[in-house]
Ligand binder design. Structure first.
Ligand SMILES: Cc1ncc(COP(=O)(O)O)c(C=O)c1O
Length: 375
């Protein structure tokens, strides 16, 4: 079996009966939009995440947009987010006419640095969006304190970290809102697009629910401008089949990460992922650094692995503030000192990581990295 970044088929085959039964149930009822599968999934997801309120939506990008809309974020407002993330984290901020403000990261965890966040807060700040990147929580307590003292809302972008914990608490449940993505390659992925909004505040979740369904509670009685963003029943049924396996999926990823750590120990100029003492890491990605702040050197390792039949990927080669959408429009964002962000973009390399990865495959990957390091 060739080595893959993600093995969706291998995982599907292991849980095929449960997934197929879920799909068959939906076909039998032909209740494709909203309905009992979605309601049941929302309840089961809530139970898995410490009882937080949940709302299924069409994808993780919409989840963020709807959370911003529920808070009334718009022109003149600022939202602080990392620049070292996927574009979706900040995309809706601009879409709603507000301004993203990009903060630097902690070099150990790749997550937004609370000290950098504090330095960027102004009277225009309405929200802080830490991203729990690669499967590990950002250091939330200092940011929760900042949010409280400055009367701004913390929104946890938990697209990559469902199942992770911060000081015992479930990722996505600690801020005013949390958002999830069920994109197929995510730790809890569906078989298409999907996402969820989490909130411990029932009124805020109600507002998000209203917005996600055309701004109407009652058909043809639209109260606010909304969007059409619902998690469809087929995806909800697939997620219901997968959710009971999430802990086992997480364990498989953590075990694979532990094997990588051991196999790569002592390889010069390679740094393996740091685990913050405050929480658990669910290894959406296993991301190493190729030390030296030199993208060419990192890319050379990537090419070397490719020639050995091993895929790897750079998440993320271009920090958001340097994407054409922001770089070419100086007024479209505000930036802090992004030194650590720039270094990370030059050094990171994500290795194959999924629930089906075998020890033999990892040995092959580590041997290839060792050979590169010696050359
Ligand atoms: C950090 C982060 N935020 C948001 C998203 C958006 O999720 P989706 O692809 O479901 O819209 C992703 C998904 O790739 C992500 O990685």
């Amino acid at each position: 079996m060739s080595i893959q970044m993600v093995d969706l088929r291998g995982q599907y085959l292991r849980i095929k009966d449960e997934v197929d039964a879920g799909i068959a149930r939906v076909l039998e009822t032909t209740q494709f939009i909203r309905g009992s599968e979605l309601t049941a999934f929302e309840a089961e997801l809530s139970e898995a995440l410490d009882g937080v309120g949940t709302l299924g939506v069409a994808n993780g990008t919409d989840a963020l947009q709807i959370a911003f809309m529920a808070l009334g974020i718009g022109p003149g407002d600022e939202v602080i987010a990392p620049s070292f993330t996927f574009v979706a984290t900040a995309e809706a901020v601009g879409l709603l006419g507000a301004t993203p403000v990009f903060a630097d990261i902690d070099p150990e965890t790749f997550n937004i640095d609370p000290v950098a966040v504090e330095s960027l807060i102004t009277e225009k700040t309405k929200a802080i969006v830490p991203v729990h990147l690669f499967g590990q929580c950002a250091d939330l307590d200092p940011m929760l304190e900042l949010a409280c003292s400055h009367n701004v809302v913390l929104i946890e972008d938990t697209a990559q970290a469902v199942g992770a914990r911060y000081k015992g608490r479930a990722a996505g449940t600690m801020g005013g809102f949390g958002t999830l993505s069920f994109f197929p390659s995510k730790n809890l992925g569906c078989y298409g697009d999907g996402g969820a909004i989490l909130s411990p505040i029932p009124e805020w979740l109600d507002q998000a629910r209203l917005i996600s369904n055309h701004g109407s509670r009652k058909k043809y009685h639209n109260e606010v401008i909304g969007v059409n963003s619902r998690l469809d029943a087929m995806q909800a049924a697939i997620l219901r089949a997968k959710l009971p396996h999430l802990d086992a999926f997480t364990k498989a990823r953590q075990e694979a990460a532990g094997r990588y750590d051991a196999l790569l120990e002592g390889v010069s100029e390679i740094q393996t992922p740091h685990r913050a003492s405050y929480g658990t890491h669910v290894f959406h990605q296993y991301t190493i650094r190729v030390l030296g702040n030199d993208a060419d050197k990192r890319d050379a390792l990537m090419s070397h692995l490719k020639s050995a039949g091993i895929p790897s990927y750079v998440y993320y080669p271009i920090p958001l503030h340097l994407l054409p959408i922001y770089r070419d429009n100086p007024d479209s964002c505000r930036v802090g000192d992004l030194t650590q962000t720039m270094i990370a973009a030059n050094e990171v390399l994500s290795l194959p990581m999924h629930t089906e990865l075998t020890a033999e495959q990892q040995e092959q990957i580590a041997d290839a990295i060792r050979a590169f390091s010696r050359a």
